[in-house]
Design a protein around this ligand. Structure first.
Ligand code: ZN
Ligand code: ZN
Length: 285
C-alpha cells in the first residue's frame, strides 16, 4: 500500500517547513508520489501567497529534492493557482512559462471590497461575515452562487488539471444556509456538469477535517455521490501546510470513497496521470 498527495504547501508560501522536510515526512508516511503546490504569487497583498520573484527558487529547490530522493519517491512541481477574473488564472503566461508538471486551480476570492481588494472567502469567519455584509448585503445565496459560477468560469476558460477544494466555502456555513436546499444543490450540480465535460480531476481535500472546520472532506458525500455517477475522476489530497499533515485523515476518506463506490483515484506515475486502485488502507501497488 502507498499514498499520493498533490496538494502541499512548503515555506515558500504559508507552509511551515522546507521542501526537504516535506519530502522526508512524505517518505515516512508511505507517500510514493508527491506534488508541491505553493500559493501562486498574486498582484495584491495577502498573508499566504508566495512573494513575486520566488517562483524560480521554489522550482529549483523541488528539482534538487527530486534528484536527491529519486530512488525513494516521485516528486512533482506545481502551484495552487487562484482564479480571479482579469487578475490571475491557471492558464496565465506566467504559469505556462513556469514549466509545471500539472496545475491545481482554486477559488479563494469572491468579489471585492470598494477599494478593489479581493474578498477572501476561506479566511477567519469574522472576515467572511464582514465581506458578506459589506459586499453582498448579507445575501449568502448570492455569494454561494458567485463562488460556484467562478468555479465554472475557471473550468471553461482556464481549466486546471486538478480542481482544488470544490465546496470549501461550506467551512463558513455556521447556520448561514441549508446545504439540502434546492438552490444550493443546483449551484454545485451545474458546476459538476461543467467539470465533467472538461476532463479535470477533482481533489478530495482532507484539510477541513483535520483542521476541524468541516466534518467531511471538500467536496462532501452528496457531491461525491453525483461525481461517481458522472464518472468524474478524483484524487485524495491533504492540502498540507506542515509535514505531519501530509496524509492527514486519508484512511477515513478512503473508506468514504469506497462506501460511495469510488474505487479508483488519479495518480502521477512517471509524469503521466494513471488510475490507481483504492483499498481501505491506501492505494494498491
Ligand atoms: Zn486553497
Ligand atoms: Zn492549498
Amino acid at each position: 500500500m502507498y499514498w499520493t498527495n498533490y496538494h502541499n504547501h512548503c515555506h515558500y508560501c504559508d507552509g511551515k517547513a522546507s521542501v526537504k522536510e516535506h519530502v522526508m515526512a512524505a517518505i515516512d508516511q508511505q507517500v510514493a508520489s508527491l506534488g508541491f503546490t505553493c500559493h501562486c504569487p498574486v498582484p495584491f497583498q495577502n498573508q499566504w501567497s508566495m512573494p513575486t520573484g520566488q517562483i524560480q527558487a521554489y522550482l529549483d529547490e523541488i528539482d534538487e529534492a527530486r534528484r536527491m530522493f529519486a530512488d525513494r519517491i516521485e516528486i512533482y512541481k506545481s502551484l495552487e493557482i487562484d482564479y480571479i477574473p482579469n487578475i490571475i488564472a491557471p492558464n496565465d503566461r506566467l504559469i505556462q512559462a513556469a514549466g509545471l508538471d500539472y496545475t491545481l486551480g482554486s477559488v479563494h476570492f469572491v468579489g471585492s471590497f470598494h477599494d478593489g481588494t479581493p474578498w477572501e472567502i476561506d479566511g477567519p469567519h469574522q472576515q467572511f461575515l464582514a465581506g458578506l455584509q459589506t459586499i453582498y448585503r448579507g445575501d449568502i445565496r448570492h455569494v454561494i452562487s458567485e463562488y460556484f459560477r467562478l468555479t465554472r468560469q475557471m473550468v471553461r476558460e482556464a481549466c486546471p488539471d486538478v480542481i482544488g477544494h470544490l465546496d470549501k466555502i461550506k467551512m463558513q456555513n455556521r447556520g448561514l444556509w441549508d446545504e439540502n436546499a434546492d438552490w444550493y444543490h443546483k449551484a454545485w450540480y451545474h458546476t459538476l456538469e461543467e467539470i465533467k465535460n472538461s476532463g479535470a480531476i477533482v481533489e478530495v481535500n482532507t484539510r477541513g477535517i483535520y483542521k476541524k472546520l468541516s466534518p467531511e472532506p471538500y467536496p462532501g458525500r452528496a457531491i461525491l455521490h453525483e461525481m461517481k455517477k458522472m464518472g468524474i475522476p478524483v484524487q485524495i489530497n491533504s492540502d498540507a501546510h506542515r509535514p505531519e499533515e501530509i496524509t492527514g485523515r486519508f484512511s477515513e476518506v478512503c473508506e468514504l470513497l469506497l462506501s460511495i463506490g469510488i474505487e479508483k483515484v488519479k495518480v502521477l506515475h512517471k509524469s503521466e496521470w494513471i488510475s490507481a486502485d483504492l483499498d481501505k488502507n491506501g492505494l494498491k501497488m
